[in-house]
Design a protein around this ligand. Structure first.
Ligand code: FES
Length: 310
């Protein structure tokens, strides 16, 4: 039986470690107790495991396709490699970890299982829905806090029902708004259509709630603005917040939130991005509007699928 070969790799400023054939430099360094960042869990999607190869680059296996793709985006020089994509075929090799802030290492490495590659999230294509209640402040100004809480409970119960009925999940609620995602189990076309149906059913149910309950007992009516976008986001427990709840992050989340904020300026209760509109099974007739979104560098074509505010 052939013995597994191993090679020495010196981590300058840390120590020398043995890397076995078939083992990545990242996996060996973690097994040796080096606090080596690996935010994406060794999947060539973050670049935090980067090493500068000072000596012996010829003994490291060529870049994987995933590493090449990341290098194209981040323009690393050839002597910078992803430790999670690098295998060793000889020695000596001297490397330097590029990201080395020891105070943050507990975010990535569980002290009891240092050799584990902890993945802090996975990439998923989801539909992202933001909702905000438009005329909330006048309501809280005019009613007692317990009345407000009572009405909010009913209202958010209604939103939740519409979202969950269409396979969505609420990720966060704020005082007068919420953020929900669709697509943990479905493909993106199904998720986008589910999210759109959930949004439309919220508008419809809200009309009934205003007419049958709120107008009657509180002489008030609520309107909501909804923004819907779809895209690749990171989903997982990324260690933010005290409860370590599920988090969904990425630029598409910010875009969806901005679309919701734009409902007021566009005077329409439901604004969707082109990515969403193009996937709708039964899109309502609507012309694209180029919208400048604060904080986003480019203009986005958006469509109005709701109705004007009163
Ligand atoms: S751990 Fe993310 S790129 Fe290597």
């Amino acid at each position: 039986m052939n013995a597994i070969r191993s090679y020495w790799v010196e981590f300058i400023g840390d120590r020398s470690i043995k890397v076995e054939e078939g083992q990545t430099i990242l996996s060996a360094s973690l097994a040796a107790g080096i606090p080596h960042y690996h935010a994406c869990g060794g999947n060539a999607k973050c670049s935090t495991c980067r090493i500068l190869v000072i000596k012996g680059i010829e003994h490291i296996t060529p870049q994987t396709e995933a590493e090449k793709a990341l290098q194209k985006i981040l323009f690393f020089p050839p002597n910078v490699r992803l430790a999670c994509q690098s295998y060793v075929e000889g020695s000596p090799i001297h490397v330097h970890r590029i990201i080395r802030d020891e105070t943050d290492i507990h975010l990535y490495i569980d002290e009891d299982t240092q050799s584990d590659l902890q993945n802090i999230g996975e990439e998923k294509e989801l539909a992202l829905l933001f909702l905000d209640i438009k005329n909330f402040t006048p309501f809280i100004e005019n009613y007692l806090a317990f009345d407000v809480i009572h009405v909010m409970r009913r209202l958010f119960g209604l939103f939740r029902k519409c979202i969950e009925m269409h396979a969505g999940q609420i990720i966060e609620t704020a005082g007068d708004g919420l953020y929900a995602v669709f697509g943990f189990k479905e493909d993106i076309t199904t998720s986008v259509n589910n999210a759109s149906k959930a949004g439309l059913s919220i508008l419809e149910e809200l009309d009934k709630f205003n007419e049958q309950y709120l107008g009657k007992y509180f002489n008030h009516f609520f309107q909501v603005g909804i923004g819907l976008h779809a895209g690749n986001v990171i989903v997982g427990n990324v260690g933010i917040g005290v409860n370590n709840n599920l988090t969904v992050m990425g630029l598409p989340v910010n875009v969806a939130s901005r679309l919701q904020a734009a409902t007021r300026e566009l005077n329409n209760s439901f604004v969707v991005s082109k990515e969403v509109y193009d996937l709708l099974e039964d899109p309502p007739a609507s012309d694209a509007i180029n919208l400048y979104l604060k904080g986003i560098k480019y203009h986005l074509p958006v469509y109005l699928v709701g109705r004007a505010f009163h």
